[in-house]
Design a protein around this ligand. Structure first.
Ligand code: GDD
Ligand code: MN
Length: 373
């Protein structure tokens, strides 16, 4: 492939063959060095890099825009009110019009000199998706920060290999390339949660993808720090569960219902404590319910709706709305439980019926009114 050429008949510069999609959050120190590295790695090809930033507080987007003013190959997408590596990659890839999209991290841990091999493997038709792999002959994973990260990565690999339709040495890789049309075809089926967009692609594709692993290194991070945390690990497990349930149980609902169970436990704990201090039932029940609602709201805001997290005044207003929604849910719970008990005289069934109505009501209203999906 040749340098950017100008179409003879129109005189207009033609678009890139390759879009490098880089999800970034607080990567201001890596943007410049990464663009310089891509200039070297992709010299002679028609390429662009699309940084997808989630409104990083460190000024990543300003650095991207400054570079873009001097270099037409640099593009930036800034997302407000949304967070997440996988969803950032999805939005970046869908904004590309190139033949091939390549995905890599923005912290120079992936070896950009392997991009040409990934792209050529896709273009020559030998595979649908070419993966920069640390776990094939010639690969190297020494850049992972410590033994804990190695254990985590190995554990994730084993879990993913149990349900992936193809055998892959490094399904945890975030460094891969595929045709843009292939990505666009799979995109509507993606979960788009967490970090592991490659696992999401392989599990979401309606057709089995032919995968080729190309050995590559994984360097130590150059600047900034890893964003991988316990929540990302939870999201990875939730992704696998979502795919196993074939999407029948929305991830969010699973998380919301699990946190609801924590709320019931919180309610009971607070009630027992207040009863032990001599409080009457109504005071204990009221206080337990209040504390449970606050705990549930905080957990839902951090986990269930992480990508829509409310902050500042919006968080306070969200808590008020959440308590209103849950109060109506509590009334519906009691009303339905009473009705079922009157007809069946079965205590447990009545109680479960009431709880189910409440959790479905609370989830539906929280998703539409509080976190506004
Ligand atoms: N837009 C956006 N939003 N980008 C993010 C977010 C986010 O919420 N979280 C992380 N990123 C970006 C980082 O800025 C970086 O460019 C890239 O995603 C990888 O994030 P790291 O925090 O560096 O992840 P890691 O070092 O633990 O790498 C692991 O995950 C990567 C992504 O799957 C390893 O498993 C890598 O192999 C893998 O590529
Ligand atoms: Mn990294």
């Amino acid at each position: 492939m040749t340098e950017p050429t100008v179409a003879q008949e129109t005189g207009v510069q033609v678009g890139p063959d390759i879009s490098v999609i880089v999800p970034c959050y607080n990567e201001v120190g890596n943007i410049g060095p990464l663009v310089a590295a891509l200039e070297r790695a992709l010299a002679g090809r028609r390429w662009e890099v699309i940084f997808v930033d989630d409104n990083s507080p460190d000024g990543t987007m300003a650095a991207v825009k400054a570079l873009a003013q001097q270099n037409a190959r640099v593009r930036g997408v800034c997302r407000i009110g949304r967070r997440g590596l996988s969803s950032a990659v999805i939005e970046g890839a869908l904004s590309s019009s190139a033949q091939v999209v390549a995905v890599m991290d923005g912290d120079l841990q992936h070896d950009e000199s392997r991009l040409g091999a990934l792209v050529d493997a896709v273009l020559d038709g030998s595979c649908d998706i070419a993966v920069g792999s640390r776990h094939v002959e010639g690969g190297d994973n020494s850049g992972l920060a410590n033994a804990w990260r190695h254990a985590l990565s190995d554990g994730g690999i084993k879990l993913a290999q149990m349900i992936l339709p193809v055998r892959l040495g490094d399904p945890m890789s975030g460094f891969f390339a595929l045709r843009q049309e292939t990505f666009a075809r799979i995109a509507p089926h993606l979960s788009g949660t967490g970090f592991k967009i490659l696992v999401d692609l392989l599990l979401s594709s309606p057709q089995r993808l032919r995968v080729q692993e190309i050995p590559c290194g994984f360097r130590a991070r150059q600047a900034g720090e890893s964003k991988l945390d316990a929540l990302v690990m939870l999201q990875f497990l939730a992704l696998l569960l979502d795919k196993l349930c074939r999407g029948w149980l929305p991830l969010r609902f699973l998380a919301f219902a699990s946190i609801g169970v924590i709320g019931v436990g919180t309610n009971l704990l607070v009630m027992q404590a207040l009863r032990a201090l001599g409080a009457g039932f109504s005071v204990a029940q009221g206080a337990g319910t209040l504390v449970a609602m606050i705990v549930n709201f905080m957990l839902d805001n951090t986990i269930t709706y992480r990508d829509r997290r409310l902050r500042g005044l919006r968080c306070v207003w969200g808590l008020v709305l959440f308590m209103l929604v849950c109060s109506v849910g509590a009334l519906a719970n009691v009303g339905v439980a009473d009705m079922v008990y009157d007809q069946s005289r079965r205590f447990n069934e009545a109680s479960i019926a009431g709880a189910l109505i409440a959790v479905v009501w609370n989830y539906a209203m929280s998703s539409t009114v509080v976190w506004r999906l």
